[in-house]
Ligand binder design. Structure first.
Ligand code: IPE
Ligand code: IPE
Ligand code: MG
Length: 247
């Protein structure tokens, strides 16, 4: 554990908006796909550090529903990179005890992607060191609409009473059912927005923004983000005096 971090206050769930691959590549005179493939190294290093620090869930925003609007060549490259990365990283995921899953509507991805995702989910299902959750074709607004549909269906079926719809039931209808809300959300590349990511789940998350482009994100940047998190006073609506007394 890095000495500046308090091991008793590590976020259980960290979510990252991995941004800046394209700008990083362009600045190096390379094409955007070079940025994406370099970003895979950052994923590997970040995951390794997260396991080391005792993080239990790591959610990575890899492809948004809005990203389908990009040039087809970039989309194709990203999908190929996904398949190749899963194939290449799977043995290491199993060695490190990583349990892999996804959020988002993966059914709309190319079939080669669905196959390798299914393979990774199945082959890592018994691992329990950390949950690696990849957000793919993810839209938080879609997630909320889809949760609403599931709830309404249960009401129509008669398996849920209108008066029993509550936060708990709703949370269980999201893609992230059984995953605790992230305490810390990191966005790289200097952009200060959430871009349709985990809108429900980040209600009380601490947000950390760093100018570092994703392909350059390393262990030290994760340490920096957790250090920043540990300096926040999380009040959940209470006063600072109350929070101090409760400690
Ligand atoms: C993040 O990097 C990766 C994806 C969204 C797939 P970008 O590709 O958005 O890189 P910039 O923001 O254009 O630099
Ligand atoms: C958000 O990044 C999506 C991912 C990191 C996968 P974008 O680069 O797509 O977000 P905007 O369009 O700049 O908000
Ligand atoms: Mg971007």
């Amino acid at each position: 554990m890095p000495k500046q971090l308090d091991s008793s206050n590590i976020p259980k769930h960290i979510a990252i908006i991995m941004d800046g691959n394209g700008r990083w590549a362009r600045a190096k005179g390379q094409d955007r796909l070079y940025g994406h493939s370099s970003g895979v190294d950052s994923v590997r290093e970040t995951l390794k550090a997260a396991v080391e620090f005792g993080v239990k869930h790591l959610t990575l925003y890899a492809f948004s529903a809005e990203n389908w609007g990009r040039p087809q060549q970039e989309i194709d490259g990203l999908m190929e990179l996904l398949v190749a990365s899963i194939h290449g990283e799977l043995p290491a995921l199993n060695e490190r005890g990583v349990r892999f899953s996804t959020i988002g509507d993966v059914s709309r991805l190319p079939s080669a992607c669905i196959d390798s995702l299914t393979d990774a989910v199945n082959s890592t299902a018994k691992n329990d060191k950390i949950n690696l959750i990849l957000a793919l074709n993810y839209s938080s607004r879609e997630e909320i609409v889809s949760a609403t549909k599931k709830i309404v269906q249960r009401v129509l079926d008669g398996s849920l009473a209108l008066d029993d719809i509550n936060l708990q039931e709703f949370q269980q209808a999201l893609y992230t059912a059984n995953i605790p809300d992230p305490e810390l959300v990191i966005r790289t590349s200097g952009e200060h927005r959430v871009s349709n990511f985990l809108l429900w789940q980040l209600a009380y998350a601490e947000l950390h923004f760093t100018p570092v482009f994703w392909p350059e994100f390393r262990r030290e940047h994760l340490v920096e983000a957790i250090y920043d998190y540990q300096r926040r006073e999380r009040r959940f609506g209470k006063t600072s005096e109350q929070v101090i007394l409760e400690k």
